[in-house]
Design a protein around this ligand. Structure first.
Ligand code: HEM
Length: 148
């Protein structure tokens, strides 16, 4: 039963990871003009709408990553009476993932609320940072997995 619950949480966590990285990469691509459509006013506006939706999706996915990550720990605690026994590099990797999830969530929510007043350069910086956070978090997951 414990393994079954871990597996279910892992399914959510894996799809969350894909969503975070794919949404950030897509928004970055769109903010750079997508298929070179920035010259067309109509398409530029629809690009902006899609980017805003992607920011929503990213905020939800970062939150899901944090919640499902916590669920891993709670499941161990429920079945074994203690939190997962990890040390050294695994703890560092986990802290990096927590930092990425928190920063990514704050960036995505800030984008949703405030982006209309932001210059294009600032919006681009948000997507570049979000993409980097996704890549770093996904890479840290490998170290957490194999050093724990
Ligand atoms: C608060 C944030 C997070 C927490 C607490 C957390 C926690 C965890 C835990 C406990 C595991 C299981 C480790 C193991 O198998 O030994 C895991 C696996 C994983 N996490 Fe996270 N995570 C967080 C954020 C993220 C983020 C932001 C991503 C990617 C964008 C991510 C991607 C993954 C992946 C791909 C795995 C599977 C690794 C594997 O088994 O090969 N996690 N996470």
């Amino acid at each position: 039963m414990q393994n079954f619950i871990y597996a279910l949480i892992q399914v959510i966590h894996n799809f969350g990871a894909v969503t975070v990285v794919a949404a950030a990469a897509s928004a970055l691509w769109l903010s750079r003009g997508g298929l070179g459509l920035l010259r067309d006013g109509e398409l530029m506006r629809s690009n902006a709408v899609v980017q805003s939706r992607l920011a929503w999706l990213m905020a939800i996915a970062w939150a899901i990553q944090a919640a499902s990550g916590i669920m891993f720990g709670l499941t161990t605690f429920w079945f074994e009476g203690h939190l997962p026994d990890i040390h050294g590099i695994a703890v560092d990797a986990l802290l990096i993932k927590i930092f990425c999830a928190l920063t990514g969530f704050i960036l995505a929510v800030s984008y949703v609320k405030l982006h209309s007043g932001w210059p294009t350069k600032k919006q681009l910086l948000v997507w570049q940072t979000s993409s980097a956070l996704g890549v770093v978090a996904l890479s840290s997951a490998a170290f957490l997995r194999w050093f724990s």
